[in-house]
Design a binder for this molecule. Structure first.
Ligand code: URA
Length: 298
């Protein structure tokens, strides 16, 4: 632990101490060669968001994975149109090129052109419309039984998933395994993927634009597998796939029909994210209830 820095003047600091201090403050990875003024980006996002009815700026301090933030603190998702709304400038500076709309359209085109999971994986790995790819170590596509009747969709890879290139291999993955076992399922029998294939730096909450841009890939992913039941793990996943602006506390345990482009259908539900359950074990009671409902559906 470095000694606390009270009178902050970066120019008088020993460079090593300054580095240690930054690390302890959570600055644990370099994202780009040039600094970005995030305050400016979030100011313009808030201004744009404030001008649009039903749209709230993402809260960068909100926890990942299903902590149940107030509806006002989270972006709304358009009801039943299949499109996540994006205000101009909502990329928060995280998109590599194009506008979010262009990036989303190119994700749609690439996803639609993929006729197999291998082609879809290739398309995602080649996709340049989301800057998260730049800071991630690996693309986390998904894994499990490609003929599974049950697919689980998380939010985004964490540190361990980013290192290994596989979904849910960290602490929340261990709890997820136990949850599946409680209804007699193993990892080998289900398929697991995420809304975002790349880890947001420092595990921050994904932005609305990142989710909107990557969403066509996850929809095509599901379509190519053709499951009977899809579980959204956590609020981001539930809002995107259920096309709802309600939080996970309200969405969990509810069911919706998901209709794919080819006309196939799946039963879609949501439950608390395992990472949230690790932090809030008293909510496990509700998670087991939701799991039993899934078992019955299957
Ligand atoms: N959390 C997620 O949402 N997905 C993962 O793959 C790991 C942790």
């Amino acid at each position: 632990m470095s000694k606390p820095i009270t009178d902050f003047d970066i120019n008088t600091l020993d460079p090593f101490e300054a580095l240690v201090w930054q690390y302890e403050m959570g600055v644990d990875e370099a994202i780009a060669d040039e600094p970005l003024d995030r305050f400016k980006a979030s100011e313009s996002l808030s201004r744009n968001a404030a001008n649009r009815p039903g749209f709230a700026a993402p809260n960068p301090r909100a926890g990942r994975n299903g902590s149940a933030p107030s509806p006002a603190a989270r972006p709304a998702v358009a009801p039943a149109t299949g499109a996540v709304p994006m205000p101009p400038g909502a990329d928060g500076g995280f998109l590599l090129s194009d506008t979010p709309h262009e990036a989303r359209q190119s994700a749609r085109d690439a996803a639609a052109a993929a006729t197999s999971l291998a082609e879809l994986k290739d398309a995602i790995e080649k996709f340049e419309g989301c800057a998260l790819k730049k800071s991630a170590s690996n693309t986390v596509f998904g894994n499990g039984n490609v003929e599974a009747r049950l697919v689980l969709v998380g939010e985004a890879p964490g540190a361990e998933e980013d290192r290994q290139g596989q979904p849910f291999v960290g602490p929340s993955g261990k709890l997820l395994d136990a949850m599946l076992r409680s209804i007699g399922l193993s990892r080998e029998e289900v398929y697991i993927t995420n809304i975002l294939p790349w880890r947001p730096p420092g595990n921050r909450q994904p932005t609305t634009a990142e989710i909107a841009v990557c969403e066509p890939f996850v929809r095509r992913h599901l379509e190519l597998i053709g499951p009977k039941v899809v579980i959204c793990l956590g609020g981001s996943s539930a809002k995107a796939l259920m096309e709802e602006d309600r939080g996970i506390t309200r969405l969990r345990g509810t069911w919706k029909e998901m209709v794919f482009g080819d006309g196939a259908k799946a039963d879609l539900t949501a439950m608390f994210h395992p990472a949230y359950l690790l932090r809030t074990p008293e909510q496990k009671r509700l998670a087991w209830r939701d799991l039993r409902a899934v078992a019955q559906k299957l």
